[in-house]
Design a protein around this ligand. Sequence first.
Ligand SMILES: [Zn+2]
Length: 237
Amino acid sequence: MSDEYLCFFTSREPIGNLAFHVGDDIQRVNKNHLLLSQKLAYEQEHLVHMKQIHSNIVHVVTDEDGFSSPPTCDALVTNKKNTPLMVMVADCTPVLFYDSTCEVPFGCKAIGVAHVGREGAFSNIVKNVLKTMEQEYGSCAKDIFIEIGSSIGVCCYEVGQEIYDKAQPFHYAFTKGDTSYYLDVNKIILTQLKECGIKEENIKNEGVCTACNTKNYFSYRKEGKTGRFAGILMIRD
Ligand SMILES: [Zn+2]
């Protein structure tokens, strides 16, 4: 990661929950956002987050988007400087995309963030992000770097027969248990990224299993009602 980008994953402490929709006190969530913006030195009102709906919808950031007006989607892309993009998670995988070598005639940098749970993986949201970066900013997959944050691991992601049955193209990512299956969402994401032309050496996956590490991360599966941590990416001025 070069100095041209801000790239960061929060954890349970010291920032805490960043989501407004999980029943947490609104003032406290706002305070957490303020603390994070101070720590990472960006303007809070410039931050774009999302109303995430487990879709494969990619939104190109516009001037109308901002902290108080999050678009409904599961991925964001932009080439605007000093505009942090945020994906919030508690078991789903936060995937960050950045391109520092966009080709002429576009000559610009671009970034993207995606919220990838089971549905996002099955509907290949990462491909949509890469396609949108290509169309909007002239990005090439071979120049794009990926950072993957913590998410639920195959160790803890138990699913029933009905999920297995409807996910035929992804059976390579399932492990059979005694009475159920275990799903490796990141295995699907990594396969899709490589199919899109992302180089293996450009993928950094520092993630650990959120359900095994609730001391450091929020886990919806493990805890039920809980907070959200976040991945943040911004092009610096
Ligand atoms: Zn685990």
